[in-house]
Design a protein around this ligand. Structure first.
Ligand code: AMP
Length: 421
């Protein structure tokens, strides 16, 4: 099956061809015709499946079917994403795909000046990609008019809810017109997502490309049991021995990310950290340096890494296991993208065995365990009580609770949850 038979017009096909895509991915095959029929969709698809083109291409086609003169501040399609990085990435994709069309797009997110965003919106844009907090700021300042929205996309909806954006999303839903086409993408389906879908979508077509809550098949997953105190040594050993480049490493905390980055540098491995305490400029630079191989390792926290799209990222390392099992699925989704083989390695110490159990339960799979010679675990070390380890649980939080929104203050401004981690 080729892109030609999906009902897309020539300028779109030409742009797609220039991206080097020869065949549509499964999500594209399923979603494009349905969206072109003007139906709502509820799609279970992780980043890496080609979902961005899956919703962008048909939206471009439909926007072109009814060309409308651009008006100041009015947008016709609104794409909401949880993080700034994902927003920037999605908008870049839209620009690529609309290269041969008279369609304009813009991206707005927090952490950078609002005035250039206002200036762009004033000219009138067809497609706006936004993180919820900054969008509401712009709405408040009457710098964006959502009354003409024809298409609404919630991208990575599960992550938006995890990050506490539900109130912002509800506010946005109350502003956009009732009559519109809505597309909801989510890697996992909790009851809250289902509730949101019920409220937003009208008789949606369900599309699922990767099984719910299971990890992609093309990813080779391995566990190395190791003592906590020797994790860094093992990580440097693996990177050097395997001559790995472009290694994305996850830590649970921002502090942990900074510390590990420094230690890797001492070991002679070029690294940068990306997390919510870094300025937008530093985050953008770290990502750019990582993409063009200037640095070997990017150390990230979950939120910061969410949605990062790097072609054929070969190695993802969980330096620490996430305490929310769904995050494991999101993390390893950074590798093995668009059909390419990838490898996800987790360094697991004795204190993390319960996290591992939760993860294996979620993905319904026993992950292969490999002990690395010279890094055998010291059996005399006892597990520390879970509540005493790690910033995430230091407030006595139950492990099954999600760490986000843990302040219990659901009314605090959600403007930039990306700052948190
Ligand atoms: P996404 O899931 O939208 O983040 O896309 C993941 C990656 O797959 C991006 O780097 C896209 O450029 C790429 N991609 C999207 N569609 C295709 C396709 N049909 N063939 C090959 N690569 C694709």
């Amino acid at each position: 099956m080729s892109f030609n038979s999906l009902g897309l017009s020539k300028p779109i096909l030409k742009a797609v061809q220039e991206q080097g895509y020869s065949t549509p991915s499964p999500i594209q095959l399923q979603a494009i015709p349905v969206i072109l029929e003007r139906k709502d969709i509820l799609a279970g698809a992780q980043t890496g499946t080609g979902k961005t083109a899956g919703f962008t291409l048909p939206i471009l086609e439909l926007l072109m079917q009814k060309p409308i003169k651009k008006e100041s501040f009015k947008v016709r399609a609104l794409v909401l994403t949880p993080t700034r990085e994902l927003a920037a990435q999605v908008e870049q994709n839209i620009e690529n795909y609309s290269k041969y069309l008279p369609i304009t797009s813009a991206v707005v997110f927090g952490g950078v000046g609002i005035n250039p965003q206002k200036a762009k919106l004033k000219k009138g844009v067809d497609i706006l990609v936004a993180t919820p907090g900054r969008l509401l700021d712009l709405v408040g300042q009457k710098s964006v008019d959502l009354s003409s929205v024809e298409f609404l996309v919630l991208d990575e909806a599960d992550r938006m809810l995890d990050m506490g954006f539900i109130h912002d999303i509800k506010k946005i839903l109350a502003i956009v017109p009732k009559k519109k086409q809505s597309l909801l993408f989510s890697a996992t389906f909790s009851t809250t997502i289902k509730k949101l879908a019920d409220e937003l979508l009208h008789t949606p077509t369900l599309i699922e490309v990767a099984k719910r809550n299971t990890s992609a098949q093309t990813i080779k997953q391995t566990i190395h049991f190791v003592d906590d105190s020797r994790k860094r040594e093992l990580l440097s050993h693996l990177i050097k021995k395997g001559d790995w480049h472009q290694v994305l490493v996850f830590t649970r905390t921002k502090h942990g990310a900074n510390k590990l980055t420094k230690q890797l540098e001492i070991d002679g491995i070029s690294a940068a950290a990306i997390h919510g305490n870094k300025s937008q400029g530093a985050r953008t630079k770290a990502l750019a340096d990582f993409k063009d191989n200037t640095i070997q390792v990017l150390v990230a926290t979950d939120i910061a890494a969410r949605g990062i799209d790097i072609d054929q990222l070969p190695h993802v390392i969980n330096y620490e296991l996430p305490n929310v099992p769904e995050d494991y699925v999101h993390r390893i989704g950074r590798t093995g993208r668009a059909g390419n083989e990838g490898e996800a390695i987790s360094l697991v110490c004795i204190d993390e065995h319960l996290f591992l159990k939760d993860i294996e339960k979620l993905i319904k799979k026993d992950i292969t365990k490999v002990i690395i010679e010279g890094f055998e675990v010291d059996k005399s070390i006892k597990a520390k009580p879970l509540s005493k380890r790690g910033q995430q649980r230091s407030n006595g939080q139950n492990r099954s609770q999600k760490p986000r929104g843990r302040s219990g203050n659901s009314n605090n401004s959600n403007k930039d949850r990306t700052q948190r981690r």
